[in-house]
Design a protein around this ligand. Sequence first.
Ligand code: NAD
Ligand code: UFG
Length: 338
Amino acid sequence: MKVLVTGGTGYIGSHTVVELQQKGYEVVIADNLINSHRDVVDRIEKITGIKPCFEQIDLTVEKGVKQMFDKHGDIHSVIHFAALKAVGESVKQPLRYYHNNIESLINILDAMNRIGSKTIVFSSSCTVYGQPEKLPVTELSPIQPACSPYGHTKQICEEIIANTLSVSELNGVLLRYFNPVGAHPSALIGELPLGAPNNLVPCITQTAIGKRPALKVFGDNYNTPDGTAVRDYIHVVDLAKSHVVALERLFNKKNKKNLEIFNIGTGQGYSVLEVIQSFEKVSGRKLDYEIVGRRSGDIEKIWADTTFANKELGWKAVLGIDEMMLSAWNWEIALKGE
Ligand code: NAD
Ligand code: UFG
């Protein structure tokens, strides 16, 4: 069965392409390489032995998207990862984010409806919950006003999908990711932030390898056990697998509604200091870090209630924080060797 993976040369997309190919699916990647590299296609081939078909295309261009769907004809399903995702950048360039993330989705849904595709899996984010009043967050926890244009695009895209599916033959799943980290065990693919990273784990590994000065820990006066902020980190390979499971639920018509929503996390929160401790343990290195003031826009703590995903999807994250940090470190070391 042919699956279109938009954003398939990106961080989560590339790991998902690997899992799909290893399960026997034929994959077409559509990506404009605005935040990824073409050689990811070769790296995927090195891991799986299969070169995915690659279309370099800007999904905001309606005509191009139509032509791509016509060319491939039988795109049964789409996993839609393609988006701009830098929270801070979205505050500075809101229109760029609204254009890119929303127009891409609209073009994809239009094309899917036109050729009669059946299923869509969409990359959403726990950012839609803001700072929840009750933890852990379930899929029924209230959606809070978005803290950034990026977060707002996720909320709008969720609504666009819900409205579209309510009047079409399409079935879909929204996966709300918590904090994806780590890399493939082959160390051939991983997160490759263009420019200076903002996320914690690439900041840790880049500090440890000497690419950047001491890590800044943003705030130690939160209402958490050690005062640093808490997140639900999930290994990118576990996350990638959840897409295959979600897709197969739709293929096998096991879905209970035409649009279902799942929290994709581990259900376990770790503080910034706990993540650093795990890194130091698995790498055998002492990390140079300093405590500084809070980062504006950060929430204090969030972690997922994954009961629904575990029961309904039959999916559960199995890799722990040490495996996440070791794979991220091995990826950083592999990058240095290139
Ligand atoms: P990424 O930047 O590595 O991958 C996104 C890919 O989409 C990139 O390869 C980029 O080139 C491509 N792209 C962007 N706009 C495009 C366009 N107009 N046309 C074609 N290709 C385009 O990001 P990622 O971390 O792999 O994230 C994948 C998805 O998951 C995104 O939708 C993101 O918002 C969502 N998400 C990510 C996180 C996270 O922390 N990484 C958390 C929650 C949700
Ligand atoms: N942090 C530091 N120092 C750093 C970087 C991060 O202390 O150098 C802290 C942050 O303050 C936060 C925690 O590490 O407390 C995690 O920060 P990240 O930037 O790694 O992740 P966020 O939870 O802020 O946001 C991420 C993505 C968003 C996404 C969200 C939920 O960047 O795009 O997860 O999925 F929306």
